[in-house]
Design a protein around this ligand. Structure first.
Ligand SMILES: Nc1ncnc2c1ncn2[C@@H]1O[C@H](COP(=O)(O)OP(=O)(O)OP(=O)(O)O)[C@@H](O)[C@H]1O
Length: 286
């Protein structure tokens, strides 16, 4: 018998979520998903399965067609702009191609995670509270970038940029991290370091995360739970050790899923979509 007291409380509840794009593509079909506080979930599935759409429906970068998304009990799908801005503060997002402002310093990029709190004019004049600056320093130390605070973002390696992206998301003091292909632009060793860092930070902070990731080996190694999407439908939901050949075939079908077990290598530059406009929308600037 399951003792109710041992179940983590729910931070996110998605129910009967559907997304049909104006092109007619049905990207999500009646998706039900519950994420407990502190739970780190990897979202896997073939290209076009709906992973990015699901993550973006949660913070409404994509507007769902029908269904419910509740963050800590608050229905997100029908919030007006001011309430949506408040809800988005509680969801940090980490992007594949980092989405840093290249000409700003590491510290300024980190502090931009507070934009949803400090207000536009204050942030425009770079007047962040000293407590925010101190918090950013603490986080930069934690991710190993303390001596880079004044470097411009465009002087950093990919792994360093992603660490700044992680700090920026954590500066929001979120309850949930939405992570979109965090390692697709990184080499295998840096990919493992970044995934380990995300898992450690979630554990330290009791923070839940949904990580959209192509690399099944990384998902198995670092996530506590794996959700498999195929053609917009959840076809697997379980612990990494139950992701066996039958489950992989259910997710990837006839595709040669063994190819997904290793690191697929870097994604070509032209496959990146610029996430900077998405960061601006999340901060309420666009
Ligand atoms: N902006 C859009 N307009 C129209 N169709 C879209 C749009 N974005 C995604 N789609 C379609 O929705 C489906 C799901 O796409 P999505 O990007 O969510 O999948 P994914 O699993 O994240 O794929 P990948 O791993 O290749 O990024 C696909 O059929 C895709 O073509």
């Amino acid at each position: 018998m399951i003792e109710l007291g041992t179940l983590p409380s729910t931070v996110l509840e998605v129910a009967r979520l559907n997304k049909r794009y104006p092109t007619g593509d049905l990207a999500l079909r009646d998706v039900d998903l519950r994420i407990g506080r502190g739970e780190v979930v990897a979202l896997i599935g073939p290209s076009g399965a709906g992973k990015s759409t699901l993550i973006r429906c949660v913070n409404r970068l994509v507007q769902p067609t029908s269904g419910s998304v509740r963050l800590d009990g608050t229905e997100v799908t029908d919030l007006g702009s001011a309430s949506l801005r408040r809800a988005r503060r509680r969801m940090g997002m980490i992007f594949q191609e980092y989405a840093l402002i290249e000409r700003l310093t590491v510290m300024e990029n980190a502090l931009s995670g507070r934009l949803g709190y400090v207000g536009f004019w204050r942030s425009w004049f770079r007047r962040f509270p000293t407590t925010d600056v101190a918090e950013a320093f603490t986080l930069l130390i934690r991710v190993g970038l303390s001596d880079m605070a004044n470097k411009r973002a465009d002087a950093l390696s990919g792994g360093q940029r992603q660490r700044v992206g992680i700090v920026r998301a954590l500066m929001q003091r979120p309850e949930l991290l939405l992570v979109d292909e965090p390692t697709a632009s990184l080499d295998p060793k840096t990919s493992r370091q970044i995934m380990r860092l995300i898992l450690e930070l979630c554990t330290e902070r009791g923070l839940a995360a949904i990580i959209n990731i192509h690399d099944v080996a990384l998902a198995r190694q670092f996530a506590q739970r794996i959700v498999g999407l195929r053609a917009g439908v959840i076809v697997f939901d379980g612990p990494p050790n139950s992701l066996d050949a039958a489950a992989l075939t259910a997710i990837y079908g006839d595709e040669d899923w063994t190819a997904t077990l290793g690191h697929g290598g870097k994604v070509a530059e032209d496959e990146h979509r610029s996430a900077v406009p998405e960061v601006e929308r999340l901060a309420g600037l666009a």
